[in-house]
Design a protein around this ligand. Structure first.
Ligand code: BG6
Ligand code: MG
Length: 213
């Protein structure tokens, strides 16, 4: 039976995907880059640098310092949006699910590609529920590489096979499966249908259902 649960942040615990979209869109409009809500889907779960590559899609060739300045600008727009995060921004059922798992002795970890994860957790006021925080600073290779989830499992002191990942991104489900972990996919089947269990959010799940995987 699983002894550790690893949660992605954006799209699982809170819905920051919309804020990432608005921040990229602002940069796109300022710089004359084509970028739609649909394009934003391809950025789900991957690192800021990979997101930027997908954002540009070869529309512009930039030297390294300009690329960094653009990413910094997007990040400052994003940080303006997440600055107002409060516990009301937790997705339905999240706090209840985390508390229920903790009461059952399950270790809880964060496995997020975001370098802003601690700032968001702070606003949500759930940081104290987690035993291990894996964010965009923890490892070099982020999702779909296995590194981040393996890093969190190591922090728990558990074998990877004792961990379950909760993910809303295709890249995140890929990473969990490659790591040899069970995975709950959150969102549409076309995106996360390769998870062991698929649902619309933690409000639809019980800890017992996940332990039965
Ligand atoms: C992930 C998001 O959680 O974090 C991605 O799903 C985002 O869309 C990535 O690109 C990196 O985020 P940040 O906050 O480090 O720019
Ligand atoms: Mg996500």
């Amino acid at each position: 039976m699983a002894k550790g649960f690893i949660f992605d942040l954006d799209g699982v615990i809170t819905d920051t995907a919309e804020y990432h979209f608005r921040a990229w869109k602002r940069l796109a409009d300022e710089e004359g880059i084509q970028f739609s809500r649909e394009d934003n889907e391809a950025l789900r779960g991957v690192s800021r640098e990979e997101s930027f590559r997908r954002f540009l899609r070869g529309q512009r060739q930039l030297d390294d310092s300009t690329a960094k300045a653009w990413m910094d600008r997007k990040n400052s727009y994003y940080q303006d949006l997440i600055a107002t995060t409060t516990p009301d921004d937790l997705l339905p059922g999240v706090r209840e699910f985390l508390e229920s798992a903790r009461h059952q002795g399950i270790k809880l970890g964060l496995g997020s590609a975001s370098k802003n994860a601690r700032m968001v957790l702070d606003g949500l006021q759930v940081e104290e529920l987690f035993d291990v925080l894996g964010d965009g600073y923890a490892v070099m290779n982020t999702k779909p590489a296995v590194d981040l989830f393996v890093w969190v499992a190591g922090g728990f002191g558990l074998p990877v096979t004792d961990c379950v990942v909760f993910e809303d991104a295709e890249a995140g489900v890929d990473a969990a499966l490659k790591a040899g972990m069970k995975c709950v996919g959150i969102g549409p089947k076309e995106r996360v249908g390769h998870g062991h269990l698929v649902c619309n959010g933690l409000h639809e799940l019980t800890v017992a259902q996940v332990l039965a995987l």
